[in-house]
Design a protein around this ligand. Structure first.
Ligand SMILES: Nc1ncnc2c1ncn2[C@@H]1O[C@H](COP(=O)(O)OP(=O)(O)OP(=O)(O)O)[C@@H](O)[C@H]1O
Length: 587
């Protein structure tokens, strides 16, 4: 904006408190110009000619709207110095007086407002605005401080009484904020950083009461770009941080639950048998299961008998992209050795005496594009371990009696309750097969190491058998305590059997600890019925006991499944035993 001072030499009695400007953008700029220069009139010119007038009267009416654009609607005439004129006659608000060179040298009117009234109105307005601004600042920040370039506190906001620092802030005016940092009132100092870096800084401070404070330091520079002030706005964010953390935790929890529900849903839909778990160990295992399901790598599941290895293997299949394809389980321990090869690989017609007319597909071929579950892999005879390894490695098989190879695309999951590494050392398991299948080992912990699961499993089996037997039985509190305290050597299979037996033998709706004692005691007795009266080789003692047990169980029950159940071993184990005894000694 170009400002020209009024000419002083004139013969007429007219006002000289005016300025000629090219333009002013808003009311505030016009006001500032007039107040700072003590003017009552701004003459706006374009191309050297006056085009509008802004007077103190016009501005006085607009002090409440400082950012508004000025509309110069005041009427004026231009008259030459010495010319005889009368404003009222011409009915104009202003007359601008020009000299012989057409330069404006003064003005006159009948109604102009004194500049002092304008100043007064303006300062009142500014006071109101300051109050508003303070209110705004107070509601956004808990505390606003202004310090000088050395950190001396010059000003504090109104509301800052004794909040963030625990003192009345009015009492710290004049102190150096850096000293207060040294005293440990808060840490770190945003002022120090702004002084060092000369730019706006936001940091999170901790005050001496352990609160978290967001402090924003804004540097103010003078025209020479020197730092003159720092405005520090602070807000207590302890609560927000806590809420944010809680929200974050809730989100993580939600995500975890979503995954668990996902797993459960898929697993449940798959085989109708739900995997029940609550313990951290099982949660971690199930996350692992979900992860490995997505890759093709061979998994070997380790764990004691009855811990749920097969259930886990099935879940991996259900969660994998092969879910729609077959899941074929081979009990490496239950198929007689001489049949295992034909079971695994199949045979062509007429391959051997007794072979089916059209030949037979092996389990490998049946599992094509799906998953092959090699249960009890530790029971696989050494000679078949070689053939299995070849099939896995070469991804093709040849049927017995066949001449051409058949490509197979299967995912292998193995399971065992044996320590395969020890078997490798003992020479009963091939090292090369071990490394081929031990790519991703999963360990299912025994039930005694995840006691948190017991109650959930008990309720699950109760519900299952109540449904099956159309009963409404439940365990008393002391029975539940007993189940929780028991060590479950037979793991979940045993827990399931005990629950079933308790429900069958108890006539009352409530199953008590006494009822359970009978079942668990029975188990103890039946586990120790062997009395040894002379020293005999251990192997013979074991074989004899196995033989007697099997005889007894087979005389009472018709199926190997039932025999396995009452002897509390897996079905593969009992089949293997049966075959061994049948071949060697004739059961
Ligand atoms: N987490 C579980 N939730 C519900 N049922 C389970 C769970 N784990 C195991 N079971 C049940 O316990 C029984 C034994 O499980 P599974 O056959 O999978 O164990 P395993 O480790 O493969 O045993 P084995 O080594 O003797 O073959 C099954 O009836 C199975 O459904």
């Amino acid at each position: 904006m170009k400002l020209q001072a009024g000419k002083e030499e004139t013969k007429l009695d007219y006002n000289q408190d005016f300025a000629i400007v090219d333009d002013v953008s808003n009311v505030k700029e016009a006001l500032d110009t007039m107040i700072q220069n003590n003017l009552r009139l701004l003459v706006i010119q374009k191309g050297g000619n006056p085009v509008g007038i802004c007077d103190s009267h016009l501005l006085l009416m607009q002090t409440g709207r400082l950012d508004q654009k000025i509309v110069y609607d005041t009427e004026f005439i231009t008259i030459r110095d010495h010319q005889d004129f009368s404003i009222s006659v011409h009915d104009f608000s202003y007359a601008l007086i020009v000299d012989g060179k057409n330069q404006i040298i003064g003005w006159t009117d009948g109604k102009s407002v004194e500049i002092d009234s304008l100043k007064l109105a303006y300062s009142k307005d500014m006071r109101a605005m300051t109050t508003d601004l303070e209110a705004i600042v107070d509601s956004i920040y808990d505390e606003v401080l202004v310090v000088d370039a050395q950190g001396k506190i010059i000003r504090v906001s109104n509301r800052s009484t004794n909040n963030l620092w625990g003192v009345n802030l009015q009492t710290v005016i004049g102190q150096n904020i850096l000293d207060l940092e040294e005293k440990g009132w808060f840490k770190p100092s945003v002022t120090r950083k702004v002084i060092e870096e000369k730019k706006k800084i936001s940091i999170v401070q901790h005050n001496r009461f352990g609160r978290k404070i967001l402090a924003v330091g804004n540097p103010i520079f003078n025209r020479k770009k020197e730092l003159v002030r720092i405005v520090i706005a602070s807000r207590d964010i302890t609560e927000e941080t806590r809420l944010e953390k809680e929200l974050e935790e809730a989100k993580t929890l939600k995500e975890q639950y979503r995954k668990e529900v996902d797993i459960l849903r898929k697993v449940h839909q798959g085989n109708g048998k739900r995997i029940i778990y609550q313990s951290e160990q099982m949660k971690n295992l199930m996350f692992e299961v979900e992860r490995v399901a997505q890759v093709e790598s061979t998994v070997t599941i380790y764990g004691e008998s009855g811990v749920g290895k097969e259930l886990i293997a099935h879940s991996i299949h259900q969660l994998s992209p092969r879910a729609e394809k077959p899941f074929i389980r081979i009990n490496c321990g239950s198929i007689p050795e001489n049949l295992l090869e034909s079971e695994l690989f199949g045979y062509e017609k007429g391959a051997f005496t007794g072979a089916l007319g059209n030949g037979k597909k092996g389990l490998f071929e049946l599992a094509n594009e799906g998953t092959l579950f090699l249960d009890e892999i530790g029971e696989l005879p050494l000679n078949l371990q070689v053939k299995l390894l070849r099939a896995i490695q070469e991804r093709e098989i040849m049927k017995i009696g066949g001449t051409k190879t058949i490509p197979i695309n299967i995912r292998i999951i193995a399971a065992t309750n044996k320590n395969l590494e020890e078997m490798v050392t003992a020479g009963t398991f091939r090292e090369d097969l071990f490394y081929r299948i031990h790519v991703i080992p999963l360990i299912v912990p025994p039930l005694r190491e995840r006691m948190d699961d017991i109650e959930h499993l008990v309720y699950h089996f109760l519900e299952y058998y109540n449904d099956r037997f159309s009963t409404k039985k439940h365990f008393s509190e002391d029975a539940m305590e007993m189940l929780n305290a028991y060590k479950w050597p037979g793991n979940i299979r045993q827990l399931q059997n005990v629950t079933e037996r308790a429900m069958v033998i108890t006539s009352n709706q409530m199953i008590t600890a006494n009822d359970l004692v009978k079942i668990l005691e029975n188990r103890k007795k039946s586990q120790n019925p062997v009395e040894v009266h002379s020293i005999i080789p251990l192997q013979i003692a074991v074989q004899d006991t196995e033989k007697q047990l099997l005889h007894l169980a087979l005389s009472k029950y018709n199926t190997l499944t039932k025999v396995a159940e009452v002897l509390e071993v897996s079905q593969p184990t009992i089949s293997r035993l049966y075959n061994k005894l049948k071949n060697n000694m004739g059961v």
